[in-house]
Design a binder for this molecule. Structure first.
Ligand SMILES: [Zn+2]
Length: 225
C-alpha cells in the first residue's frame, strides 16, 4: 500500500504480483495510475480487512510456500516487465495463474471511482480529462502508419547500417583459392589428378547383350525339354 501510494502520487506505472496463501495460484498486475485499478481499488482481503497478515490463519487452509508457484509467477512478472520496457508483444493488464487447473485468466481492471486512495481518484480525473488529446494522438498515429504502409516500409533509423546489395557485388570466393582460406592446422590436399585417369574396373570383353542372348537360349532349351 505504501508503494501504491507513492506511485499514485507520482503517476508512476508499476507492476505487482502475488501468490495465494495455499500457494497453488497467483497473479500479476499492471498498475497505471488513473488508467487501471490501483492496489487500493480492489484490495486483497487481508489489506481491506486491516487484519495483521501474520495473525491470518484460516481453518483448513495450510499456509504454504511453493517455490514452483513462486517461480512461475515471478517469471510471468519479469516477462511482462520486459514486454513493457522493451515495447514488444502485448503487455498483460492482469494475468492470473491457477496451478491446479493450469488456468490463466486475463482481464482488464478498471479503476474504482470510489477508491479510498485520494491520489488514485485524482489520477482518474486527469485521465478522463486527457481523453480528447489521447484520441487525437491515437488517430494521428493510425493515419501516419496507414500512409507509411501505402508508401512501403520506411526505416528512418538504421542502427546496424544494414543495406541491400546486388548479387553481383557479393564477394564470392573462387574455388581456386579455397585452400588458402582454411585455418592453420587444417590441410586440404587435393588428390592427384592421375588417380582418376586409371579405370577403376577393367572393361569386360563381353557386353551385356551377349549374356542376355545366352540366357534366352538356356530358357528356350528348358521349355523345349
Ligand atoms: Zn485506486
Amino acid at each position: 500500500m505504501v508503494v501504491n501510494q507513492a506511485c499514485n502520487e507520482l503517476g508512476q506505472t508499476w507492476m505487482e504480483s502475488g501468490v495465494s496463501e495455499d500457494a497453488v495460484s497467483g497473479h500479476i498486475q499492471l498498475l497505471v495510475p488513473g488508467e487501471t485499478a490501483c492496489f487500493a481499488c480492489a484490495p486483497p482481503l487481508v489489506v481491506a480487512s486491516g487484519v495483521d497478515e501474520r495473525t491470518l490463519k484460516r481453518e483448513g487452509v495450510c499456509a504454504a510456500s511453493l517455490p514452483t508457484t513462486m517461480g512461475v509467477v515471478a517469471g510471468l512478472l519479469v516477462q511482462n516487465t520486459l514486454k513493457y520496457l522493451l515495447k514488444f508483444g502485448q503487455v498483460s493488464p492482469y494475468l492470473g495463474y491457477n496451478s491446479l487447473k493450469d488456468y490463466f485468466p486475463t482481464m482488464q481492471m478498471r479503476p474504482n471511482p470510489q477508491c479510498s486512495n485520494s491520489a488514485c481518484v485524482e489520477r482518474q480525473e486527469e485521465y478522463i480529462q486527457s481523453k480528447p488529446a489521447r484520441d487525437a494522438a491515437a488517430k494521428a498515429k493510425m493515419e501516419s502508419e496507414a500512409s507509411a504502409e501505402s508508401e512501403g516500409p520506411v526505416h528512418l533509423d538504421n542502427e546496424w547500417n544494414i543495406s541491400v546489395v546486388d548479387d553481383d557485388e557479393v564477394d564470392v570466393p573462387s574455388s581456386s583459392n579455397t585452400s588458402d582460406r582454411l585455418p592453420d592446422g587444417l590441410v586440404h590436399e587435393l588428390p592427384s589428378a592421375d588417380k582418376y585417369t586409371q579405370p577403376l574396373v577393367a572393361e569386360e570383353a563381353s557386353p551385356i547383350a551377349d549374356d542376355l542372348e545366352d540366357l534366352q537360349r538356356q530358357l528356350d532349351a528348358l521349355n523345349a525339354s
